[in-house]
Design a protein around this ligand. Structure first.
Ligand SMILES: CC(C)(COP(=O)(O)OP(=O)(O)OC[C@H]1O[C@@H](n2cnc3c(N)ncnc32)[C@H](O)[C@@H]1OP(=O)(O)O)[C@@H](O)C(=O)NCCC(=O)NCCS
Length: 194
């Protein structure tokens, strides 16, 4: 579903409401109005740090940093360099997914990222966001990415299973790339050819 966003000369998807485990969840693109509510996004991202999730970042964001992140992301969307979707339940951010072109000689490659809030995992939301963000990347990014690439802790079983289920193939494992709980763990690179 595509729509011309009011006041902006770029295409975006419309909001969709989907039921996951009885919860009515809104899936929508990141919007300019989100710049007014950085706290909502900051709480989401910082909840991953609090739970010690297997993600590459490990420092909580300040409100200023979150604002900068949202501003940069909106600017990438406007340039058709990135796509970013948000899942919300009762006005709380419960998941995000993004694909950003890698630029220059890697402009045919889109880097994919996904996170789902702890209490909302295992109900199909991550899988749905994965399919939606890939579809959106094919409609909206210029150039259209031919490869979707991701990096994941080699120990992150739930994420690796999700990626395999959606067609990603492991192409490399680089040892000792991530420091996690005082130990070094590997980084797995996976690709989806489109
Ligand atoms: C990885 C993550 C995004 C999965 O999202 P989710 O909403 O729980 O995933 P879904 O419910 O859609 O599950 C999709 C598939 O993922 C896999 N999966 C999800 N949770 C799993 C678990 N606890 N153990 C093993 N596999 C799991 C399964 O293959 C599942 O398919 P199935 O239900 O048919 O078995 C979520 O666990 C998360 O955000 N984790 C913390 C942040 C993170 O690790 N992000 C990825 C960084 S690279």
């Amino acid at each position: 579903m595509m729509d011309l966003q009011k006041g902006n000369l770029f295409l975006t998807m419309l909001a969709k409401i989907k039921i996951f485990n009885g919860k009515k969840i809104t899936i929508r693109p990141l919007l300019k109005k989100d710049l007014k509510l950085p706290e909502k996004f900051r709480k989401f991202i910082n909840s991953l740090i609090t739970e010690n999730a297997q993600v590459a970042f490990n420092k909580k964001l300040s409100l200023k940093e979150e604002r900068i992140f949202l501003k940069n992301t909106l600017s990438q969307i406007k340039k058709r360099f990135g796509v970013f979707i948000v899942a919300e339940h009762n006005k709380i951010v419960v998941g995000t997914a993004s694909i950003t072109l890698k630029g220059n000689r890697q402009n045919h490659v889109g880097e994919y990222g996904i996170t789902v809030r702890k209490d909302y995992r295992g109900i199909g939301l991550g899988g749905y966001l994965t399919e939606e963000i890939i579809k959106l990347s094919q409609k909206q990014l210029k150039p259209t990415p031919k490869i979707i690439r991701l990096s994941v802790f080699s120990t992150n079983k739930p994420a690796i299973n999700l990626y395999k289920k959606h067609g990603f193939k492991k192409v490399a494992e680089i040892p000792n790339q991530m420091e996690y709980n005082g130990k070094l763990v590997g980084e797995t690179i996976m690709l989806l050819q489109l």
